[in-house]
Ligand binder design. Structure first.
Ligand code: PLP
Length: 398
C-alpha cells in the first residue's frame, strides 16, 4: 500500500500548474500570441550576462572533479562565508557563514526549516493571502497551518486576528514580503509590530516562536524603501532566500537558509536544519551554482522591465474600472474578481483566453492573481480581453 497522502499530492496538480498546462495546450490551438497566460511566476527576463560568463569560466578553468564533486552537505564553506559577509555589508545583520545552509531554492529552504522546527501537532501561522505550497510544506513537517486574515485595505496582517491565533502550540510564523500574490511589501512598522507581538507571546508561553521570512522577491521592489531585514527586528528568526527570481534562475535550484546569529541556541537550530536537510535528501546544492555565487551574488536581472509591466497593467486595468491594491514588488497584481466566486470569474475569463489564478488556494476568496512576469506585448495585447470580460459583467447586470 503506497502512502495515500503523497498519492493525493501527486495526483492533484496545483491549480497554478494546471492553468499553465491548459494555457500551453490552448497556445497550440489558437497560437501563442492569442493566449494571455498570467498563471505562473516564471521570470521572462534573461539572467544577467555575467551568470553565463561565470559558468563558462568555471567550466573552462576550474578543476572539473572539484567543480562537479560533492561539497559539504550545507554547502561550500567559502561560499557560505561570502554570502554572510555580503548580507552583513548590505543589511548590517551579523550573519555568520556557519549558520547558512545552501539549498535547492526557497521551496527546499521551507521544507527543511519547517521539518527542523516542528514537532507533530505544532502550529505554524501564515498570513493570507499566501503562497499555496506553504500548506504542503507545513503538513509534510507534521504541523498544522493556522491562517491569519489580512486587513483588506492594505493587505498587511490583521494584527488582532494574529494575536488571537497565536497559541501555546505556535512554533513558527511565516512571512513573505514582497508578497506572492499581492505584491505588497511590509514596511518597517509592520515588521516591528509582528516582532513585538511575537516577543510578548514568547514571554507569555515561555518558549521560542520562530519568525521565518520567505523572501525570494527581496530585490524585486518598485518603490523607495529600505528593506527591513528580519534578523535586525527579531532574534529567533530565519531567512529563506532564492536566486530563482532576482537573477532569473528558477530551474537551477539555488538558494539558502540563514539562521540568525541572535537566535536562541542558534547552533542547535542550525544542527536541526542540517538534520532535516539530511533526512529529506536536500544536501549539497548544485556545486556548479555554489561556485558561481561569489561572482554573481550582487547581480540582478533587468528588473525595470517588471516595473514597466506593472505600470502598463495597473494603468490599463484601473482605466477599465478593475479594483486592486497596487503591487509594490514581486511580479504579481492581486485584482478583485467581478463576482464573489473567483473560480467562476476565472472560468469566464478563459472565454477570452485570459488565464488568471483564482485566489482561493491563496487562502482568501474573491480575487485573482495576475503574474506580470511576461513580455510587455502580452500585457498590452491582453487589455482588450480584460475590457470584454468587464463588458460581459456589465451586460449581465443590465
Ligand atoms: N516562496 C514564494 C513566496 C514563492 O513565490 C516561490 C516561487 O514562486 C517560492 C517560495 C519557491 O521558490 P523557489 O523557486 O526558490 O523554490
Amino acid at each position: 500500500m503506497i502512502n495515500e497522502k503523497m498519492f493525493g499530492l501527486g495526483n492533484e496538480a496545483s491549480i497554478i500548474r494546471e492553468l499553465s498546462e491548459y494555457g500551453n495546450k490552448r497556445k497550440e490551438i489558437v497560437g501563442e500570441d492569442n493566449v494571455y497566460d498570467f498563471s505562473i511566476g516564471n521570470p521572462s527576463i534573461p539572467a544577467p550576462l555575467e551568470v553565463n560568463e561565470t559558468l563558462i569560466d568555471l567550466l573552462k578553468n576550474m578543476d572539473s572533479v572539484s567543480l562537479h564533486g560533492y561539497t559539504s552537505a550545507p554547502g561550500d564553506k567559502h561560499v557560505r562565508d561570502m554570502i554572510a559577509s555580503n548580507l552583513n555589508e548590505r543589511f548590517n545583520c551579523k550573519a555568520k557563514g556557519e549558520l547558512i545552509y545552501l539549498t535547492q531554492g526557497a521551496s527546499a529552504s521551507l521544507s527543511i526549516s519547517l521539518r527542523a522546527l516542528i514537532n507533530e501537532g505544532d502550529e505554524v501561522i501564515v498570513f493570507a493571502p499566501f503562497f499555496p505550497e506553504y500548506r504542503t510544506f507545513v503538513n509534510n513537517a507534521g504541523g498544522k497551518m493556522v491562517e491569519v486574515q489580512p486587513d483588506l485595505s492594505s493587505f498587511y496582517p490583521d494584527f488582532e486576528d494574529f494575536s488571537r491565533k497565536i497559541s501555546y502550540k505556535t512554533k513558527a510564523v511565516i512571512i513573505n514580503s514582497p508578497n506572492n500574490p499581492t505584491g505588497v511589501i511590509y514596511p518597517h512598522d509592520v515588521i516591528n509590530k509582528i516582532a513585538s507581538i511575537l516577543k510578548s507571546k514568547q514571554i507569555e508561553y515561555g518558549h521560542e516562536i520562530y519568525l521565518c521570512s520567505d523572501e525570494p522577491y527581496r530585490e524585486l521592489v518598485y518603490k523607495e524603501i529600505e528593506y527591513p531585514f528580519i534578523t535586525n527586528y527579531y532574534d529567533n528568526s530565519l531567512v529563506f532566500y532564492s536566486f530563482s527570481k532576482s537573477i532569473s534562475l528558477p530551474g537551477e535550484r539555488i538558494g539558502y537558509i540563514l539562521v540568525s546569529s541572535k537566535c536562541k541556541d542558534s547552533e542547535r537550530v542550525y544542527k536541526a536544519i542540517c538534520g532535516a536537510g539530511r533526512s529529506l535528501g536536500f544536501i549539497c546544492a548544485s556545486s556548479l551554482f555554489q561556485f558561481a555565487l561569489p561572482k554573481i551574488v550582487n547581480s540582478l536581472s533587468d528588473l525595470s522591465k517588471y516595473k514597466e509591466n506593472r505600470d502598463i497593467l495597473s494603468k490599463g486595468l484601473s482605466d477599465l474600472g478593475y479594483e486592486f491594491i497596487q503591487s509594490e514588488g514581486a511580479f504579481y497584481l492581486f485584482v478583485k474578481a467581478l463576482e464573489d466566486d473567483a473560480v467562476a470569474f476565472c472560468k469566464k475569463a478563459l472565454k477570452y483566453d485570459l488565464i488568471l489564478v483564482p485566489s482561493d488556494s491563496f487562502g482568501i476568496k474573491g480575487y485573482v492573481r495576475i503574474a506580470y512576469c511576461v513580455n510587455k506585448k502580452r500585457i498590452i495585447d491582453s487589455l482588450p480581453a480584460f475590457r470584454k470580460l468587464k463588458e460581459l459583467y456589465l451586460e449581465e447586470r443590465k
